[in-house]
Design a protein around this ligand. Structure first.
Ligand code: ADP
Length: 471
């Protein structure tokens, strides 16, 4: 069953329960009120009848002939009234209302019991001759004559609790009006329920379509966001998700294309050299073989970097954190690169960092340092300077690699961390760059909960600043 159907069934059940309960309660309360009203009316009438009946008793010295008197009384009174109305020159409203009031009065059921509780007269004739217990007679009004109770008169609801005549008509009409009101409100409530269920389920249907598109590999799917309710929040999260998927998909495509491109160069070189050697164009000597070997080394380095990025992207990069002192790491890194630096007549110096401890994965931290120092040497001219420094700043450790190279313009400072991005392609290519080192360093620092940024170096070149959590 769809949500729309379930909502509709739910609404229908709630509306029916509400309608029936209202109907039952209102009907019961109205009937009870009406009964009290009718009963008090009947009690009033009974008082009037008791006077008349007392006189009848005195006049006839008993109840003889009361039954026929009561049965004939309406016809007798009506004939008198008719005569009176016909005698009037014109019908006045009062006379017509009076006529109606009297006819209503005379349509009452009247039962009279003698002092022993025996019914001596009943306008319906049903109870005539039966004897009634004092409990029932207590509801009626006593008939007195010569200060003596000579009987009891019961009118309308005192004799029979079921509604009759105009009362029944009135109640019937009330129930009909109530039924119509409840049916109309039920219909309106159902319409509102239908509109609400459509309003709730329509965005879900749109989301469903969009999700199916995404499942089919179409990441361009976007859903409209309207309002500020839960569905709007879901739609907006969906759009964020599809946007992120789109971005990842584009990045994946770009990486595949760039990787293929980067791999092609060394492979082409290796193949060309080997073909040249096979064809006898290149001499089969140690130098040629070494150049081929160098290319395979670059190729395997590139493959290692791609593998590392894949580990980072898939979240499989596991860090083994240790508390280490920064200074020895800086010294080790500078001694490792000293030979390479000396070749270019570059001086490497370490500063500060005394007693500074960080919580890092040592191998990954060294990798970041080597990458930054390697770049600093690569992009510095002969006779340059490199300074490795570290200091504490708040609850962070700041590690800096400054060089006296060409520096990195402001506009490029974000982009150099992108994969395969090289500022000066031919120059970087010459120096063996593939544009992956900084993006790997960036991800490693990020995985440690730190950041890496570029500033202007006081030495004139670039300054790479790495922030890391303190141990
Ligand atoms: P590459 O392997 O090309 O060096 P990286 O990701 O390490 O790749 O660096 C990306 C680009 O950033 C480099 O191609 C270079 O243009 C620039 N770059 C990196 N480090 C420096 C630096 N110390 N000085 C100047 N430019 C730099």
């Amino acid at each position: 069953m769809s949500i729309k159907q379930r909502l509709l069934v739910f609404f229908a059940i709630v509306i029916c329960i509400g309608g029936l309960t209202t109907f039952g309660l209102v009907k019961r309360a109205t009937e009870a009120q009406f009964r009290t009203f009718v009963f008090s009316g009947d009690a009033e009438k009974a008082k009037v009848y008791s006077g008349i009946l007392g006189e009848y008793y005195a006049e006839h010295s008993g109840w003889e002939g009361l039954q026929s008197f009561l049965s004939e009384m309406p016809a007798f009174v009506f004939s008198k009234l008719d005569e009176k109305i016909k005698g009037e020159k014109s019908f006045s409203a009062t006379s017509v209302y009076g006529y109606q009031a009297i006819s209503a009065l005379l349509s009452d059921r009247i039962a009279v019991a003698d002092s022993g509780g025996r019914i001596v007269a009943d306008t319906s004739g049903k109870l005539l001759g039966t004897t009634h217990p004092p409990m029932h007679l207590a509801q009626g009004v006593p008939i007195m004559s010569d200060f003596k109770r000579i009987g009891t008169v019961l009118v309308g609801s005192m004799v029979d609790s079921t509604f009759t005549g105009t009362n029944e008509l009135f109640l019937g009409q009330l129930v009909r009006s109530l039924t119509i009101a409840i049916l109309v409100s039920t219909a309106i409530a159902t319409l509102f329920g239908l509109a609400l269920s459509i309003q709730i389920t329509r965005p879900l249907a749109i989301l469903d379509d969009a999700a199916k598109k995404i499942a089919g590999g179409d990441f361009s799917a976007i859903v409209p966001v309207s309002g500020r309710d839960e569905v709007a929040s879901l739609s907006s999260s969906f759009n964020t998700m599809s946007g992120e998927l789109r971005r990842l998909d584009e990045a994946k495509r770009r990486i595949i294309a760039d990787s293929a491109h980067e791999l092609r160069t060394p492979v082409t070189l290796i193949r060309g050299s080997l073909e040249g050697m096979i064809d006898g164009v290149f001499p089969l000597d140690l130098d040629t073989i070494r150049s081929v070997y160098d290319e395979t080394m670059r190729l395997s380095r590139l493959i290692d970097m791609l593998r590392e990025l894949e580990l980072i992207d898939s979240g499989e990069l596991k860090l083994t954190l240790d508390d280490i002192a920064v200074r020895p790491s800086l010294e080790k890194a500078s001694s490792l690169f000293r030979a390479q630096a000396t070749e270019k007549d570059i001086e490497i110096e370490e500063r500060g960092a005394d007693g500074l401890m960080v919580s890092v994965d040592v191998l990954r931290f060294d990798e970041v340092l080597y990458n930054l120092i390697g770049n600093a040497i690569k992009y510095s001219p002969r006779g340059g300077r490199i300074v490795l420094a570290a200091q504490r700043e708040g609850d962070l450790a700041l590690v800096r690699v400054d060089d006296s190279g060409s520096g990195i313009p402001l506009a490029e400072r974000e982009r150099v961390f992108e994969r395969f991005y090289r500022m000066d392609k031919s120059r970087a290519q010459d120096s063996g760059g593939r544009g992956l080192g900084l993006s790997i360093a960036y991800e490693i620092v990020k995985a440690h909960g730190g950041r890496i940024r570029i500033e202007d170096s006081p030495l004139g070149g670039a300054s790479f600043v790495v922030t890391l959590p303190l141990a």
